[in-house]
Design a protein. Structure first.
Length: 175
């Protein structure tokens, strides 16, 4: 008495409706509204690299990691900044972690600042922790602050003299 219409034929070619799971089965497979299903954390993207033949005039701001091999005339703000041996930065550098293998002319602000043996820094360093390897060249002052990333605040404890936290200007060739 009933026959198939041509409208249903494409669906029947891809699979018979009788073998497909019932629509009511789908909600039981997914977590109920009160349940929490953990998802895998997103992988951290690789660091952005500015190649040695690149010359940038202007400021750079990222919430990620950046590796500079070329020349930047401007300020840089990043999570992790790595300055390559052939790199030159003329401007203020602000990052959670700063690793200097090359040259910076300007202020450096970082929670952790590391000057390797090939580093040349001409400017002040404001840090929470600092490491200077033998052979590094540094000319400027060093100041420890609890919050070196915020230029508007003094990172010293209340009741202390901020001037006493600043070390006199230094010119040092470590090594």
């Amino acid at each position: 008495m009933f026959s198939k219409s041509k409208i249903n034929e494409p669906a029947s070619r891809s699979g018979d409706d009788s073998t497909a799971p019932a629509p009511s089965a789908a909600p039981s497979a997914s977590p109920s509204p009160g349940e929490f299903k953990a998802s895998a954390p997103k992988p951290k993207p690789p660091a952005s690299t500015l190649s040695a033949d690149l010359h940038i005039t202007g400021n750079i701001k990222t919430s990620g990691d950046i590796q500079v091999e070329g020349t930047v005339e401007g300020d840089i703000r990043a999570h992790l900044l790595t300055v390559g041996e052939s790199a030159t930065i003329k401007g203020e550098v602000t990052a959670d972690d700063v690793v200097v293998n090359g040259r910076i002319i300007g202020r450096v602000r970082g929670l952790k600042v590391r000057l390797t043996s090939t580093a040349r820094v001409e400017g002040d360093i404001i840090h929470k922790t600092i490491a200077i390897e033998s052979g590094a060249h540094f000319e400027g002052s060093v100041q420890r602050q609890d919050d070196p990333l915020n230029p508007g605040r003094q990172g010293n404890k209340p009741g202390t003299n901020p001037a006493s936290a600043v070390q006199p200007a230094a010119k040092a060739d470590v090594g």
